[in-house]
Design a protein around this ligand. Structure first.
Ligand code: ZN
Length: 96
């Protein structure tokens, strides 16, 4: 989150918006959890736990849609060693 969802001011530093003083701590916490889940998905996928990686990626996407989590979700569908197939899936998804 780069801008306050209330007043659109750029967010810098603490959990309160410097312009409208909105408390953004809950939103920042959710955003951090989404990032943690995306990182967990990468680790799980690298360890070969494809199903768990896909679940972590889906949970991350439920909190915040990010390109990283979406790529992990797609790769988890393919599984390790299927990079050729994954490339096709990723290429097809560029049109969506
Ligand atoms: Zn604000």
């Amino acid at each position: 989150m780069q801008r306050c969802p209330v007043c659109r001011a750029a967010i810098k530093g603490g959990p309160d918006c410097r312009r409208c003083r909105a408390d953004l701590s809950a939103l920042l916490k959710i955003e951090q959890e989404a990032e943690n889940l995306a990182r967990q998905a990468v680790r799980l996928w690298a360890a070969g736990a494809v199903g768990a990686a896909a679940e972590a990626a889906r949970n991350s996407l439920a909190l915040k849609a990010t390109p990283l989590a979406e790529v992990i979700r797609i790769f988890a569908q393919c599984g390790p060693g299927d990079s050729g197939k994954c490339s096709v899936v990723l290429f097809e998804n560029e049109d969506n």
